[in-house]
Write a protein that binds this ligand. Sequence first.
Ligand code: THU
Length: 140
Amino acid sequence: MSKDSAASVTGLISIANEAKEKSEARFSHFRVGAAIETANGKIYSAFNVESSSYGLSMCAERIALWTAVNAGESKFKRIAIVADSRGFCTPCGACRQVMYELAGDIDVYLTNQKGEVRNYKLSSLLPEAFTSKTLLDGRD
Ligand code: THU
């Protein structure tokens, strides 16, 4: 889903929460919602979607980001990630890699059930990241 407003962090978190409510987590029952904001203030949100072939399930963050990329977006500012967990739902390793490659060093906002908010730079969650720079290094 996409929205056209430059939200505050609180607004971004509430859009991620709205997405979480629609989560398709029928196997893990672990509902996750994510909302990513572009440099121009457009917001794309998504929830996790699970498969009976568990490994084919997909995280909310990657769906939100890929939806934005499919819509032609390439510059991003921040992402909010929310889950039903008591603690903060830090993104999985695969999402960290994909977000870093496609969105760069964005701000990551996490919230817990008490409504407390934590903010990280993505690079602090994925230090010494492997990127296309390394991949292409040394090629003519
Ligand atoms: N999940 C996410 O959507 N994002 C994360 O950062 C961690 C995990 C989902 C995948 C799966 O549907 C469920 O949570 C349990 O792993």
